[in-house]
Design a binder for this molecule. Structure first.
Ligand SMILES: [Cu+2]
Length: 286
């Protein structure tokens, strides 16, 4: 009898212990999915935050896009809308740059790529949805850029450049960009015509004046007046080739760089080191 009692007691204790273990196991299991959900939520939130931060960073890094916004807002007011930027494969940059507002109609459209173009590539320009007459498409000797002239100045309006970039295997990719010509902008350019030499200072990550009008043959001197190193580069960024001779080396504090403008037209320039900060300007040569 005693043995039986002890056996019963022992098995009761064993069952109780097993129950406790099983219960705590279940409890642990039960809490596990909960914590997984919480962890996932945390990760999602972190990812969302990261995405947000990345978007913001992208936005900040592209002054072109910022300019887009401005141009778009402005054009929305006057019932015109800047077209979307569509980058064909291997597209690098263009002159004018997508979203630019220029005071004068460009005489030349230039598009740069990082792959060799084939001569069947094409460029079509419209202003306010009407075709603009353009010259023959010319490929650069290195095959990395194509351009076309606009022989008759087409005036104010919203321009769309639609292009077909074709490669040596004759496959083509389509792309487009837009810009605005508004001669009222000229009023915000500093008139410095009739001078042999004009000074543009580089200070506080800005050119001053940033927008100016000079006469043909004027020597423009850019002087760095702060400790940050600057550059003067031709648009577009990063190809710097619409006016290839307008490109400085590093300009340190108190140093300067000069360029004599001989060709009439409107020329965009920028500091390639501070392009993301919007350090850019335009010169009209008359
Ligand atoms: Cu700079």
């Amino acid at each position: 009898m005693k043995w039986y009692k002890y056996g019963l007691l022992l098995s009761t204790v064993a069952i109780a212990m097993l129950t406790v273990v099983a219960c705590s196991g279940a409890k642990a299991q039960g809490s596990s999915p909960g914590s997984q959900v919480m962890e996932k939520k945390g990760a999602d939130a972190a990812m969302d935050k990261k995405d947000g931060a990345m978007e913001k960073k992208d936005g900040d890094a592209m002054p072109g896009e910022k300019k887009d916004g401005t141009a778009m807002d402005k054009k929305d007011d006057s019932m015109m809308k800047l077209p979307d930027l569509i980058r064909a494969a291997h597209f690098v940059d263009s002159s004018p740059t997508h979203g630019d507002t220029t005071a004068q109609a460009p005489e030349k459209i230039m598009i740069n790529f990082n792959f060799t173009l084939h001569e069947v590539s094409s460029i079509a320009v419209t202003k306010d949805a009407k075709p603009v007459e353009t010259g023959k498409v010319v490929l650069a000797p290195n095959g990395l850029s194509m351009s076309t002239n606009i022989p008759k100045p087409a005036g104010n309006g919203l321009y769309l450049v639609a292009y077909k970039a074709c490669w040596p295997d004759r496959s083509c990719h389509e792309g487009q960009f837009g810009f605005v010509v508004d001669d009222m902008k000229k009023m915000s350019y500093q008139d410095m015509t009739g001078k042999n030499e004009v000074l543009v200072s580089m200070k506080d990550l800005k050119f001053s004046p940033s927008h100016l009008i000079v006469s043909k043959g004027t020597k423009v001197v850019w002087k760095n007046q702060e400790s940050t190193v600057h550059f003067v580069n031709s648009d577009p960024h990063p190809s710097h080739n619409v006016l290839p001779s307008l490109n400085s080396l590093t300009i340190k504090m108190a140093e300067d760089y000069s360029y004599t403008f001989t060709a009439a037209g409107e020329w965009g320039f920028h500091c390639s080191a501070h392009y993301p900060d919007g350090m850019a300007g335009r010169i009209i040569v008359v």
